[in-house]
Design a protein around this ligand. Structure first.
Ligand SMILES: NC(=O)c1ccc[n+]([C@@H]2O[C@H](COP(=O)([O-])OP(=O)(O)OC[C@H]3O[C@@H](n4cnc5c(N)ncnc54)[C@H](OP(=O)(O)O)[C@@H]3O)[C@@H](O)[C@H]2O)c1
Length: 97
């Protein structure tokens, strides 16, 4: 089996587009804020709109990022996420689930 290359792309500079599910609290929220701090574009999703609103208020350059209410257990909701992201950002460089 071929050895996997170590993942270090995000530390090497250059802005990436990062899709993060479960973004409104906990690990997802911390990851989203850190990725934005490092200059990356964040596409974040979770179900509760009020919590997404609260998170968005912490992003200084909100226009660079995209937050969507999505239930990852719903096929139609995930399909809508894929459609909107493809239209606005193209294919994300990194997906954090
Ligand atoms: N905390 C730890 O130390 C730790 C360690 C190892 C692994 N993990 C794993 O890492 C993940 C996150 O942990 P956490 O502690 O950060 O959890 P958390 O604080 O409960 O956050 C979960 C996030 O997922 C969202 N979410 C839940 N169900 C969803 C759904 N159906 N569709 C879309 N979004 C959904 C929640 O927002 P809404 O409710 O608004 O959708 C919330 O933003 C979990 O899978 C956990 O098992 C955690």
């Amino acid at each position: 089996m071929a050895a996997m290359a170590p993942f270090n792309g995000i530390a090497k500079g250059g802005s990436r587009t990062v899709l993060i599910t479960g973004v409104s609290k906990g690990l997802g929220r911390a990851l989203a804020l850190e990725m934005a701090k490092r200059g990356h574009t964040v596409i974040g999703c979770s179900r509760t709109q009020e919590q997404l609103n609260s998170l968005q208020s912490e992003f200084p350059n909100l226009d660079n990022h995209l937050f969507l209410s999505v239930d990852v257990k719903s096929n139609s909701s995930v399909e809508e996420l894929a459609r909107v992201v493809a239209e606005k950002n193209g294919v994300p460089d990194i997906v954090g689930i």
